[in-house]
Design a protein around this ligand. Structure first.
Ligand SMILES: Cc1ncc(COP(=O)(O)O)c(C=O)c1O
Length: 398
């Protein structure tokens, strides 16, 4: 028995149903879940079958660096959840981002990016791509006039995260996409923070969505993965067989299986992550030792209610204290762990200045409002009163 809403005459299923059943195939031995295809290569009955697979005349698998049933299942599920047509799975979020950008840009082309990005993405764009002769400009994409000014005849790609890591600024995807479309420029959106549960960039006009599947998609801090999704099937085919297989940043079948397991509870987890986060934002806002709180809901302007159905669970904040006392606060946390990464069931805290964003020049970090004291909290799924109790006891030392 497999569920196919179109064939079975059902209405379009909701997010959770799609995350659990989307694009179901009959499984070997009637198992409920797919087995893990831990195989590097696939065999052929004869050369004709091999030739058909190599020339894409058949969908037969060839070699796991190109394709594998677990990867295909993950890719098809992500296409449904992001409302795209097809996807490519990668070994990490950075493999997805770098491969997508190398597939879209050549020497002499220009890339415009939002000025606040995850640190490794910033380094990739600011220094690695530049080294390959690609012109790069960082602007504040919150104001689309900045985008219009930066656009040139050689601009090929606009790249952004919304909410941005770690300032949680929001960018109007539809407005950026409209300007880009007129000029034939591709828009790439990193949807790691919002996930397709809260935001679907492709439906807002973006061309490609990328994710670190290491974060909420898998959700349990036990796997690395990435994915790129698009409505353009031809582009995805070329990304996979023209770039991913050659660069080699392929996802392992075991990790695809783990991410698929995580995806089944993505909606449930995101709701609870957000519920906890909103309670913590309230707590931080009323606390007299907290100076600033950054959370997308606090910068919301009416338009974003259409772009996002929720705000996620990353909060950045600064204490009313000097750097020494701010550091003591983090040292005193017990339940909340000092670690990079986010989107896990465990609540994690980090200093972007010293950790995730140290690839940025220091003066630029200050200009963007990322001081040494800024803390980024990834709110987990513990009971929120326990997270707050931990914050409260550590704040006593400030
Ligand atoms: C917004 C964002 N995009 C991409 C990445 C890179 O993901 P990965 O570590 O899976 O390569 C990260 C990692 O923290 C991130 O925060």
């Amino acid at each position: 028995m497999t569920f196919n809403h179109k064939k079975d005459g059902f209405k379009k299923p909701g997010f959770n149903t799609s995350a659990i059943h989307g694009n179901e195939d009959k499984k070997p031995a009637n198992s409920l879940n797919s087995p893990i295809f831990m195989t590097s290569t696939f065999t052929f009955d004869n050369l004709i079958k091999a030739e058909d697979a190599f020339s894409f005349a058949s969908d037969d698998y060839v070699y796991t660096r190109g394709n594998n049933p677990n990867l295909r299942e993950f890719e098809r599920k992500m296409s449904i959840l992001e409302e795209g047509k097809d996807s490519v799975a990668f070994s990490t979020g950075m493999a997805a981002i770098s491969t997508v950008l190398f597939s879209l840009l050549n020497a002499g082309d220009k890339l415009i990016a939002h000025q606040v990005l995850y640190g490794s993405t910033y380094k990739l764009i600011a220094s690695i791509l530049k080294g390959y002769g690609i012109e790069t400009e960082f602007v504040d994409l919150k104001d689309t006039d900045n985008l219009k000014k930066a656009l040139c005849d050689n601009t090929k790609v606009i790249y952004l995260e919304t909410p941005a890591n770690p300032t949680l600024e929001l960018i109007d995807i539809a407005a950026v996409a409209e300007i880009a479309r007129e000029k034939g420029v591709k828009v790439v959106v990193d949807n790691t923070f919002a996930t397709p549960f809260f935001q679907k960039p492709l439906s807002l006009g973006a061309d490609i969505v990328v994710h670190s599947a290491t974060k909420y998609l898998s959700g349990h801090g036990d796997v690395l993965g990435g994915v790129a999704v698009s409505k353009d099937e031809e582009y995805i085919h070329n990304l996979k067989f023209g770039y991913m297989t050659e660069f080699g940043g392929v996802l392992s079948p075991f990790n695809a299986w783990l991410i698929l397991r995580g995806l089944k509870t993505l909606g449930l987890r995101m709701e609870k992550h957000q519920e906890n986060a909103r309670r913590i934002v309230e707590f931080l806002l009323q606390h007299d030792k907290v100076e600033k709180v950054y959370y997308p809901e606090l910068n919301d302007i009416s338009g974003f209610r259409e772009q996002m159905t929720g705000y996620g669970a990353i909060i950045s904040f600064e204490l009313k204290a000097d750097l020494i006392k701010s550091r003591i606060f983090v040292d005193k946390l017990k339940l909340i762990k000092l670690a990079v990464s986010l989107g896990d069931v465990e609540t994690l805290i980090e200093y972007p200045f010293y950790m995730t964003h140290r690839n940025y020049p220091e003066d630029l970090l200050y200009k963007l409002g990322l001081s040494k004291k800024l803390l980024r909290l990834s709110v987990g799924l513990e009971d929120v009163c326990d997270i707050i109790e931990d914050l409260e006891q550590a704040l006593e030392y400030v």
